[in-house]
Design a binder for this molecule. Structure first.
Ligand code: PEP
Ligand code: MN
Length: 349
């Protein structure tokens, strides 16, 4: 995990003993960037443990004093920010529910103005990359220069194996849009159960994410929040040792050559694909004109069904999945319809 950000600790700070025991057990085995614990817990429904509040900040300060590890907690209001500043915190994270609200984000960003606090922004609960990017931008505009993102998955209405759907394409797109921002992954809140944490953490490493935030509790069974997804410190350390950490840069020369050759082939195939798509659209245009002149509708359902069926069959023979071919053709077909609709609109007399 060298060069990766690693944030571990319980979902919530429950008592001074609990945070100290967890922190000592972790620090014996793992080199942490931050020890985490929620002090104010944003619970979706009322009635569950809502955190110990300011008292817990003292416990975390004690963790920092006794172990030498920096601590981090979630803030959701300007008052929370005032409190963590008083207790000497160096970092905070913004929870998924808070990121969804630009007013709250702006108020927190304003309160942090002029401090040197490191800020981690979780993705919003809904898969809206604009909201996530917008929240990061609000902190940057307010002068926060140590700012990172945390990918914690997105709320699914349907029952799924995982608590939150990863939708990996969203953190990847965020990295593309904001290449200077580090994006770490929170496998605990994606998994929702200790059974799937390793699989998610490995995927994050395979995608070269910049680190991990993982929940760990000295006695997970009796945790006051998220008990199913918290790993006992030893289990967490074993899991981290099992992970294969990949790097983006290749140093081995033979490997570099091989990759370059394969990438040349991909480049050439992509060029051909684009040329073919352009030729296809040219023909679509011609057909559009004929349809318009002969008063024939744009959508020809039977033809469309034949296309889908025959292409899926061909794709499957060549090892491509039905789902992939269907999505690809639906996309191409949609563009054809847009193109022909334009022709119909422009030639309306
Ligand atoms: C947490 O980290 O404990 C937490 C509440 O996370 P999220 O905001 O991702 O639900
Ligand atoms: Mn939690």
């Amino acid at each position: 995990m060298k060069d990766k950000i690693l944030i571990c600790g319980p979902c919530s700070a429950e008592s001074q003993e609990q945070v100290l025991q967890t922190a000592f057990a972790l620090s014996k085995r793992i080199e942490l960037t931050y020890f985490r614990a929620g002090v104010w817990k944003p619970r979706t429904r009322p009635g569950s443990f809502e955190g110990a509040g300011i008292t817990a900040l003292k416990w975390l300060q004690e963790v920092s004093n006794q172990t030498g590890i920096n601590v981090i907690t979630e803030v959701a209001t300007p008052d929370h920010v005032k409190a963590i500043l008083k207790y000497g915190f160096k970092a905070v994270w913004i929870g998924a529910r808070t990121t969804s609200n630009p007013f709250s984000v702006q108020e927190i960003a304003d309160e942090l103005r002029g401090t040197n606090i490191e800020v981690f922004v979780k993705n919003p609960v809904n898969p809206d990359i604009e909201l996530w990017q917008g929240a990061l931008e609000r902190f940057i505009k307010a002068g926060t220069n140590r700012i990172h993102a945390i990918h914690r998955g997105f709320y699914p209405f349907e029952k799924t194996k995982l608590r939150n759907i990863p939708k990996w394409e969203i953190p990847i797109e965020l990295k593309r849009r904001m290449p200077d921002i580090k994006v770490i992954c929170d496998p605990s809140h994606i998994a929702g159960s200790i059974d799937f944490i390793e699989e998610i953490a490995q995927k994050a490493m395979d995608l070269n994410m910049d680190g991990l935030m993982i929940e760990s509790h000295i006695d997970p069974e009796n945790a006051l929040s998220d008990s199913k997804q918290q790993l006992e410190p030893r289990a967490l350390s074993d899991m981290l040792n099992n992970l294969v950490v990949r790097c983006e840069k290749f140093e081995n020369e033979v490997f570099i050559k091989q990759i370059e050759q394969l990438r040349d082939q991909i480049d050439s195939i992509d060029q051909q694909m684009i040329e073919l798509l352009s030729q296809r659209m040219g023909i679509v245009e011609e057909i559009g004109k004929y349809k318009q002149e002969n008063n024939v509708s744009i959508l020809q359902l039977r033809r469309w069904q034949q296309i889908i069926e025959s292409r899926i069959e061909q794709g499957q023979k060549l090892g491509l999945s039905e789902d992939f071919i269907r999505k690809l053709l639906t996309f191409v077909h949609k563009e054809s319809i847009t193109c022909q609709s334009e022709i119909f609109k422009n030639n309306k007399d």
